[in-house]
Design a protein around this ligand. Sequence first.
Ligand SMILES: Nc1ncnc2c1ncn2[C@@H]1O[C@H](COP(=O)(O)OP(=O)(O)OP(=O)(O)O)[C@@H](O)[C@H]1O
Ligand SMILES: [Zn+2]
Length: 673
Amino acid sequence: MAHCILKIALDTPLNAVFDYRWTCEDIDRPQVGQFALVSFARREMMGLIVEIADHSDVPADKLKDALAVRTQLSPVSKQWLALAGFAADYYQRPLGEVALPGVPKNVRVPKSVPLDNALKKLAKLPDSHDPTPHNMPVLNAQQQAAADFIGQANGYQPVLLYGVTGSGKTEVYLQACAEVLAREADGQILIMVPEINLTPQLEGNIRARFPGVMLATLHSSLSEGERMLHWLAAHTGRARIVLGTRLAILASLPHLKLIVIDEEHDPSYKQQEGLRYSARDLAVWRAWQLKIPIVLGSATPSLETWHHAQAGRYTLLPLRERAVKSAVLPQVKLIDMERDKPRDGLTSSLVAALKLRMERGEQSLLFLNRRGYSPVICCESCGWVSDCKRCTSFMVLHKGEYKLRCHHCSLEMRIPRHCPTCGNIDLQPVGRGTQRVEEGLQAMFPEARILRIDADSTRRKGSAQEAFDTVHRGDVDILIGTQMVAKGHDFKKLTLVGIMNPDTALFSQDYRASERLFAQLMQVAGRAGRAGQAEGGSAAEVLIQTRYMQHPLYSAVVSHDYDRFASSLLQERQQAALPPYLFQALLRAEAPELANALAFLAQARDCVEHPGVTINDPIPMSMTRVHNVDRAQLLVESPSRPALQAFLREWMHVLRDMKTRVKWSLEVDPLDI
Ligand SMILES: Nc1ncnc2c1ncn2[C@@H]1O[C@H](COP(=O)(O)OP(=O)(O)OP(=O)(O)O)[C@@H](O)[C@H]1O
Ligand SMILES: [Zn+2]
């Protein structure tokens, strides 16, 4: 028997790979990319073999044997290892923390029974046998041109499919998929959507279109068993199409030939904790590395992507019109809240428009990006407000449950009967959330079928889908929702969108706020009139309630003019030296006392040389305290990405060795500053 040394990446914060001995005949050597069970820190852990060597620098008496190798599973590809390696290096995380968490838990448990069972189950599933698309609609000329371009693209080819809302981007993806599936004998396609509640709609479309093709879905609400099966279907190459949310970007796909990122501008593609990666950016890297086409689809592309397209690095394929022949983009109108004073948050013009839709049996959507009943309650006599004891924020009134709840730390309390400070019994809700709007509307339209869709109303598994089905069936007159309803959904009976109070976002300190608000308004507006005007029915209309009638952002929404708005934002960013003309990273620190967090950051700022890189002063985060910890941040910037990357590598090296009790983390390309 011979020995070899397995170099293994483990899911630990230590930035290293670990050596283990493995005894086997030379011909039975494990392969790089296979999973191996080892004992680490008195625990059994599953790791990934990243290298196989003949000897180790670890002294023989310290070297442990690996416990098992999962030889029943084919190795992940070299390209996949390179992807994980790139992400680890770019986001400054240990390789194991990138490579392993996305692998289903049941592959990582010490026993191999779950894996063996899943492999048996997978073997029984019918293979993809026929990639022919069924019931393919006739595409319009722009759709067809886009689909052909993508379907026939060769090598690395990033495409921005810039199509107005309702322009039929989905059909372009599906047609391009058909071309790739027909051409590439066992080619795989990855399609990503920003939100889990957009997967059922698209999954239905894909299954109906390609009944002879195995489809796997990857998102966070799968059961462990499902996740295992779908992950294996992707990893073994059996699934020809994989549909998923951002985590799917790290799926093992040995024959990947096309990537589609729908709603590429959506901030949900950015993971906000742990490995803070951008799934969209990793997807572009993955496509580049594999020399395959990638489609980024949006009606409101991110400025980063728009910038690439303007510079000619991405091919711009526009869809300027709605796909359904009689459908046009909705007419967007502003309602002046100074003149038309709102009652229960609704101006008389908006109420009249809702009423008209009710009479005609059409659906309306009211958009308000704030859940709960009211964002705060206060005492009118002494000025007490319901702030959270643990956070720099307010406890939100959830009237139906008789509770106040902090949306940041989840602290809950019963609604006080009287003011905790002065005893006054008259506590008033201030401001308006979706629940309060629902209550007001129900009083105004007792006959109406009103449905609220937000994170509170859809807590139970499957309830979001039920709610969306109810809307699609036409069993709802007025839909009230947060950003959950704003994007991607193809509501066919909806002719009116009312936007209740977007003004607060106009004056945010965050330089990305206007880009985001604009995208959000265009997206939600885009839910109206998608099926075209019915005979005797209303033309699609979007009403925005505002106190800032002259604001240029609203003028751009009214004229559906993304191009001009994006160009002017880009110009501003260039003048102010902001992304995408500048590259940023954010070091965050958390401690029970703000001073400690700030002191750590000050120390971090001064611990290395940083040519070509600007380090700003440490500052408290705008929401400083969450769940009893204070948070501060340090922004690092450079006009050169390589310079920033080189600096971060060295900096992290030093910081990892720094003794501190402050909890810190680094985010590269942060979205929220
Ligand atoms: N060629 C076509 N002929 C007729 N109808 C079409 C065609 N292409 C798409 N449609 C229909 O147009 C509607 C809008 O398509 P889709 O949902 O793909 O739009 P989208 O571009 O993704 O919009 P959004 O950006 O708002 O999500 C759908 O109901 C779809 O079935
Ligand atoms: Zn709180």
